[in-house]
Design a protein around this ligand. Structure first.
Ligand code: G1P
Ligand code: ZN
Length: 542
């Protein structure tokens, strides 16, 4: 039986960089999740008979909202839902399932790397039939619907037990509960030389993977320990918990500090990695070295042909605008395409679908390829392992060799979190107002060569996205980028991205702080960060 429940629109359901993300108590308000889900069912296309994939990162509210989503799907004429067992699906695994099963789309419940639990964050994002995040046309349509919604439809009966793999019915709708790992692990076996990686591990290659109490635990345990034969205990914090063990499931030097300490210490394994709440981000470490995501993207692009899935070479590379230009140097040398897109994985979808690029990445610890339409943490780990197994060198040797060949792009991102929203917006507006007069200005040894507010015209569908971040480029290629986060849930987060290119191998061993000192000072001078936000230091440097 279907109930139609009267509701009223909420005025704050505009999806951000990656879906609708709010604090748990906000999401738990009566009808809040239901309204957004109904807007998704109303505003998206579903060919007759097609399925919708549903799963999430296991955070607090995950199972509750999944059961609601299943009941609402049944009441909205969905033919079939495919749901991860216990409501779990990593974001890349959901993307893969949508593609494998030719589903109409997917509802992915996650707030990515944000903390979970009753006071943490929750989120809902919609992915389209190519497996990727809904493009702006779709998220705008969903948002418009949230502003006019008057009721939602829900099946009266209970959703099936999420722990039981198998197929059942809810009214007319089929509900298939699947092993969340199996199809994803099978896909990885087609891309990478598992035999070679297994042999390297048997031959003494040591590794640790920190799942950060989040969704990748079961995936990493199956793939790294069972299929690749890494010893038990290789996967750390491998059991997903609703509040991620009380931490932030954010794979960076701050939140994955124990792993970083291990890799910098006397008992370091050869390779270390971590992933985030929903499994799409990655952090890569070697003994004594943290590989920045921008460098990792460049190294993976330069070496991908060593893995069977990419043996024919890659078609091109795409990176988000604030990501360092290290990948550009690989593309230039190899004579392949390089695309600079706005922040957010959704901007890669069209380029991947059109076959223009094979590998994509963002400075925020996201790398991936055309195997799915999301970034993919474990994919990056496996590609690194495949490269290590093929080259027989250490992570540090590979990275330093890369710099020697292509030059080094020193890089850091500074985040100022929970800044007063109005102050942050004024800072950005003030910068925008000064862009036209900036070229030619000198700051210490730096002279501005170009300054703009990044806008992007999608080369495939012609859509234009404006206001994507202020870029200030200096002669010699150094850059400062200012933008406001689109994923935060409190106040505003100002992100300042600093980059300096150094061609001279004799200068590739400087501490990053030293290499970027002048740019950091210049960023404060141009952005008036201290004066406008009251912050003398960033909260996080990644
Ligand atoms: C952040 C990252 C961005 C990433 C997004 C979703 O967005 O900067 O690269 O795609 O999370 O994981 P932001 O908060 O900067 O808008
Ligand atoms: Zn994520």
């Amino acid at each position: 039986m279907i109930s139609t429940v009267a509701t009223k629109p909420f005025d704050d359901q505009k999806p951000g960089t990656s879906g609708l993300r709010k604090k748990v108590p906000h999401f738990a308000q009566e009808n809040y999740a239901e309204n957004f889900l109904q807007a998704i069912f109303d505003a998206t296309e579903r060919p007759a008979g097609s399925a919708v994939v549903i799963g999430g990162d296991g955070r607090y509210l995950n199972a509750t909202v999944i059961r609601k989503a299943i009941r609402m799907a049944a009441a909205n004429g969905v033919a079939k839902v495919i749901v991860g067992q216990n409501g779990l699906l990593s974001t890349p695994a959901a993307s893969n399932l949508i593609r494998q099963r030719k589903a109409a789309g997917g509802i992915v419940l996650s707030a990515s790397h944000n903390p979970g639990g009753p006071d943490g964050d929750f989120g809902i994002k919609y992915n389209i039939a190519n497996g990727g995040p809904a493009p702006e046309g779709v998220t705008d349509a969903i948002y418009r619907r949230t502003k006019e919604i008057q009721d939602y439809r829900i099946w009266d009966g209970e959703a099936p037990d999420l722990s039981l793999i198998g197929t059942s019915r809810l009214g007319q709708m089929e509900v298939e509960i699947v092993d969340p790992v199996a199809d994803y692990a099978a896909l990885m076996e087609t891309l990478f030389d598992f035999g070679k990686i297994r042999a390297a591990i048997q031959g003494g290659l040591t590794l640790r993977f920190d799942a950060m109490h989040a969704v990748t635990g079961p995936y990493a345990t199956e793939i790294l320990e069972r299929r690749l034969g890494a010893p038990e205990g290789t996967v750390l914090n491998g059991v997903p918990s609703e509040d991620f063990g009380g931490g932030h499931p954010d794979p960076n030097v701050v939140w994955a500090a124990p792993l970083v300490d291990l890799l910098m210490g006397p008992t370091a394994p050869d390779f270390g990695a971590a992933s985030d709440g929903d499994g799409d981000r990655n952090m890569i470490l070697g003994r004594g070295i943290v590989v920045t995501p921008s460098d990792s993207l460049a190294v993976l692009a330069a070496n991908a042909h060593l893995a069977p899935g990419y043996a024919k070479g890659i078609a091109g590379i795409a990176r988000s605008m604030p990501t360092s230009q290290a990948a550009d140097r690989v593309a230039q040398k190899r004579g392949i395409g390089i695309y600079e897109t706005p922040t957010g994985w959704k901007f890669f979808g069209n380029l991947l679908d059109a076959g223009k690029v094979t590998i994509c990445g963002e400075e925020s610890a996201g790398t991936g390829s055309d195997h799915v339409r999301e970034k993919d943490g474990l994919w990056a780990v496996l590609l690194w392992l495949n490269i290590l197994a093929e080259r027989g060198q250490s992570v540090a040797e590979i990275v330093k060799g890369h710099w020697a060949e292509f030059g080094r792009n020193y890089y850091q991102r500074h985040d100022y979190e929970e800044v007063d929203k109005a102050a942050a917006e004024e800072l950005m507006n003030s910068l925008r107002g000064r862009l036209a007069s900036m070229a030619g200005q000198r700051f210490g040894t730096l002279v501005v060569s170009e300054a703009d507010d990044f806008s992007y015209k999608d080369p495939i569908d012609g859509s234009v996205s404006t206001g994507q971040g202020v870029r200030i480029v200096f002669s010699g290629g150094s850059r400062i980028v200012f933008r406001l986060s689109g994923t935060g849930t409190v106040g505003a987060t100002l992100r300042v991205y600093l980059e300096r290119f150094e061609p001279d191998p004799a200068r590739h061993d400087l501490p990053v702080e030293v290499a970027l000192k002048e740019l950091v000072e210049t960023a404060d001078a141009i952005g008036e960060i201290k004066a406008r936000t009251g912050r003398a230091e960033p909260d996080v440097r990644t």
